[in-house]
Design a protein around this ligand. Structure first.
Ligand code: HEC
Length: 125
């Protein structure tokens, strides 16, 4: 029989999985279809934005990236994401040319999160 501590851990693991799966499902819709709840209200750089940049961009756009920082576009620090924001919007949200080729595209839920972060003043905490 499970004691309370174990069931509490199991519950936390289940909720974490549900969140991850929920984010994946939410990412399949268009931006208009996205539930505003799908992105945190106050995204932070360290908790939300940096992991997304690592997921989508920094394999190619960072000083220590395989090809080196491509064309001077790095996305591995908060300041760089801020200064490269217009280009990120242009390439990744509007033209959808970045990430290139078969690399995973930014999902609608992740776009919503990034836009919300920027609209909140792009805090670097
Ligand atoms: C698989 C490697 C790779 C990934 C991942 C990648 N890029 Fe790029 N990016 C490139 C290459 C190569 C170029 C230069 C040639 C070109 O434009 O295709 C480039 C160019 C750019 C440019 C310069 C303008 C332009 O259109 O050439 C911007 C801005 C940019 N990328 C933003 C991003 C952002 C933001 C992400 C993440 C959402 C991202 N890239 C992900 C490889 C990548």
């Amino acid at each position: 029989m499970m004691n309370d501590k174990h069931s509490a851990v199991a519950w936390i693991v289940a909720m974490a999985l549900a969140l991850v799966l929920g984010a994946c499902v939410a990412g399949d819709g268009t931006l208009e279809e996205i539930d505003p709840e799908a992105a945190p209200l106050n995204p932070t750089y360290s908790q939300h934005v940096a992991p997304l940049m690592d997921l989508y961009c920094t394999a190619c756009h960072a000083e220590d990236a395989q090809p080196g920082e491509i064309e001077g576009y790095g996305y591995e620090t908060c300041d760089k994401v801020r200064s490269g924001w217009e280009d990120l919007v242009e390439t990744s949200f509007i033209e959808k040319t970045m990430p290139p080729g078969g690399a995973p595209r930014i999902t609608s839920a992740h776009q919503l999160l990034l836009e919300r972060w920027f609209d909140n003043g792009a805090p670097c905490d």
